[in-house]
Design a protein around this ligand. Structure first.
Ligand code: URA
Length: 283
């Protein structure tokens, strides 16, 4: 078995151990799971079919990288609205920076999912204004972000900056985060087990920042935030809801770099957002 595959497989095994599953024939005590109950329930449901888990885990770590974010280990998608109730007491504007810092500290040098063992250098928490009215959510860090610890700083990030500027905003005025905070090896789509483990932190970032509008960049962000498996075409051009914010879906900047003909379509999505926020396009 290639070294990479072996390393990833070992990471999955360690991950199951963290769940309290010491072999694939025994089930951990539900109380040992450390996530919000809804996430833990999905996890426990998934580990209850031992032979399948082994087969699907091996399939997951050996499969080619480009595939739908919701295939794989058979996890059910749960929208961010259903993951946890909205907090009764909202974080006041003056405490948002501090609250985000608290979440970052809690993440620490995270080893909650296999990405911790898959060559990660820096955890990419998030960037921007803690009281932003507009929040962008991408998929996961790439090589440049992994090296710098800041989301969207590579080529896709430069295009995102241009998109933000075209909307009449500066990058420092929005908040940017990803579905997963560690770089998936070879920039593959995050596995459901990785995205679901990390989503508790993105959810809390959303609840602290309380943006008026969220833009999901690409299908991974849209799938996890909304809990749906649908084509981007079916999700774009209309409003969704997420954690009390209006949510729009558009193309991921990396996709736009590959297919610049779709930039006009993405601009339509951003114009819908600008109308909502009362923004005027940069001349
Ligand atoms: N792509 C993403 O989805 N997020 C980043 O931070 C960088 C590239």
């Amino acid at each position: 078995m290639a070294d990479d595959v072996q390393r990833q497989l070992r990471a999955y095994v360690e991950y199951f151990r963290d769940l309290g599953v010491y072999d694939f024939y025994r089930r951990g005590e539900p109380g040992t799971a450390v996530w919000p109950e809804s996430v833990a329930a999905v996890e426990l449901e998934r580990v209850s079919a031992p032979v399948d888990v082994v087969e699907r885990t091996i399939a997951a770590v050996t499969r080619p990288v480009a595939r739908s974010p919701v295939e794989g280990l058979g996890l059910k998608l749960v929208s961010f609205n259903d993951l946890a109730p909205l907090p009764e007491v909202r974080v006041a504007v003056e405490h948002r920076a501090e609250a985000l810092k608290g979440i970052q500290e809690e993440i620490g040098d995270c080893t909650r999912c296999p990405l911790a063992y898959a060559g990660r250098r820096k955890i990419v928490f998030g960037d921007g204004d803690p009281k932003a009215r507009l929040m962008f959510v991408g998929e996961g860090p790439g090589a440049d972000e992994d090296a710098s610890g800041v989301p969207f700083v590579g080529k896709a990030g430069q295009l995102l900056n241009n998109m933000i500027n075209a909307m009449g905003l500066k990058r420092e005025e929005v908040y940017i985060a990803n579905v997963v905070k560690c770089r998936p090896p070879a920039n593959r789509v995050p596995e459901p087990v990785e995205a679901n483990t990390c989503s508790q932190f993105l959810l809390r970032q959303l609840d602290v920042v309380q943006p008026q509008v969220v833009v999901a960049l690409g299908s991974t962000a849209a799938s996890y935030l909304l809990g749906v498996k649908q084509s981007l075409a079916g999700l774009r051009g209309r409003w969704h809801s997420c954690r009390g914010a209006k949510l729009a879906v558009t193309y991921h900047p990396a996709f736009l770099l590959r297919d610049p003909r779709q930039k006009g379509e993405a601009w339509k999505d951003l114009q819908m957002v600008m109308a909502e926020l009362g923004l005027k396009a940069k001349a």
